[in-house]
Design a protein around this ligand. Structure first.
Ligand SMILES: Cc1cc2nc3c(=O)[nH]c(=O)nc-3n(C[C@H](O)[C@H](O)[C@H](O)COP(=O)(O)OP(=O)(O)OC[C@H]3O[C@@H](n4cnc5c(N)ncnc54)[C@H](O)[C@@H]3O)c2cc1C
Length: 325
């Protein structure tokens, strides 16, 4: 985030490298950085000066956490099918509806929430709001019990006549869908980096284990069958890294047409992470299946990177749309 708002002015490349390195050891810790970026980016992209000065410094220092509320029970991949509404009444908006599967939900002070201000005109009727968790009518519903990233809270957010000051509208009415898509374009490299870190951690583990584990009187790493697996894992990781770093550098150079590359980086790195973590378990044999070793956690954590911030099917749609336009 910009140093004028209390950030360290890190480049996107530095951010993805930090997420990668943290995720190499703990994907939830990597996610803390990625979600702080996800929840703050709508304010950075569309906030006015007053909103930026109020909300960004405590987000940059880590005093406040951020969340991004787009998904609903009936609208996941089809984000435009959302039902949450925001009706203007004088100097405030009244929000009614709910958001599902929200990372940091209930913990975040600053929530970038998307709601319909005009349900009749599709995506052009979606607006974005900064909703503080203490605003009247804001509450937290179900806390999800998940397969992985168990250190990260995923919750339902409920808005019951939730009062949001009109000054907390981001951009203009109707800008919300554009803000959400622009945000995801910028944050998907972070999920690619999370996947990359998980995969690198799994490879590190598989390499060291294969050198120590002795079967048939020699380390299993002496078998070409294991060596070929390690070589394929390392190659997929390196290809992921190049895609993730490449799009981060495109963003740092101020290039505008990076949406396709962002989708490619997230999709490729997360598919690779799933394959690499699966292979790491195979190399550890029965021990890989046990909770005693982190390989099975890495596979469970890798899985989410294929799903959130747009499933990998949706990334393929983004890439294909760009190719065919
Ligand atoms: C742990 C976790 C954390 C999350 N954090 C957040 C968050 O912080 N903020 C937020 O807003 N959301 C968050 N999400 C929601 C996440 O982004 C959605 O789950 C995801 O976008 C998919 O939506 P869905 O689950 O409704 O699946 P669906 O949209 O119902 O998809 C089901 C399946 O159908 C496929 N599919 C759907 N449409 C198509 C199509 N047109 N072509 C081909 N295949 C298709 C999908 O790829 C998927 O395989 C989180 C989810 C999880 C699990």
């Amino acid at each position: 985030m910009n140093s004028e708002y209390g950030g360290i002015g890190a480049s996107e490349l530095a951010i993805v490298m930090a997420i990668e390195e943290l995720s190499r050891h703990c994907a939830t810790t990597g996610l803390l950085l990625a979600v702080q970026q996800l929840g703050s980016t709508p304010v950075l992209l569309a906030g006015n000066e007053q909103q930026k000065r109020k909300y960004l410094p405590p987000l940059a220092s880590g005093e406040w956490m951020a969340a991004f509320g787009l998904t609903e029970a009936g609208s996941g991949s089809d984000a435009a099918a959302m039902r949450t509404v925001a009706v203007r009444e004088g100097d405030r908006y009244i929000l009614n509806g709910s958001k599902r599967f929200i990372t940091n939900g209930g913990l975040a002070q600053v929530n970038s929430i998307f709601a319909l201000t005009d349900p009749k005109i599709g995506t052009r009727g979606i607006s974005a709001f900064i909703v503080e968790k203490d605003f009247p009518g804001f509450s937290v519903g179900r806390i999800e019990d998940k397969m992985g990233i168990k250190g990260s809270q995923t919750a339902e957010l409920i808005f019951t006549d939730c009062e949001v000051p009109a000054e907390n509208l981001l951009g203009r009415e109707g800008d919300g869908f554009k803000i959400a898509m622009m945000t995801l374009d910028r944050t998907r490299p972070g999920i690619g980096a999370q996947a990359l870190g998980i995969a690198q951690g799994a490879l590190d583990l598989a390499v060291s284990y294969s050198k120590q584990r002795v079967q048939f009187g020699r380390p299993i790493a002496d078998n070409q069958g294991i060596q070929f697996m390690l070589a394929d894992m390392a190659t997929k990781i390196e290809a992921s890294r190049l895609l993730v770093y490449n799009v981060a550098e495109m963003i740092d150079r101020g290039e505008r047409d990076f949406s396709k590359y962002s989708a490619m980086a997230k999709m490729f790195a997360s598919d690779a992470a799933m394959e690499v973590t699966n292979d790491a378990i195979q190399i550890l044999g029965g021990y890989g299946y046990m909770k005693e070793y982190p390989a099975e956690r890495m596979m469970r954590d890798a899985k989410i990177t294929q799903i959130y911030e747009g499933t990998n099917q949706i990334q393929r749609l983004v890439i294909a749309r760009d190719l065919l336009e």
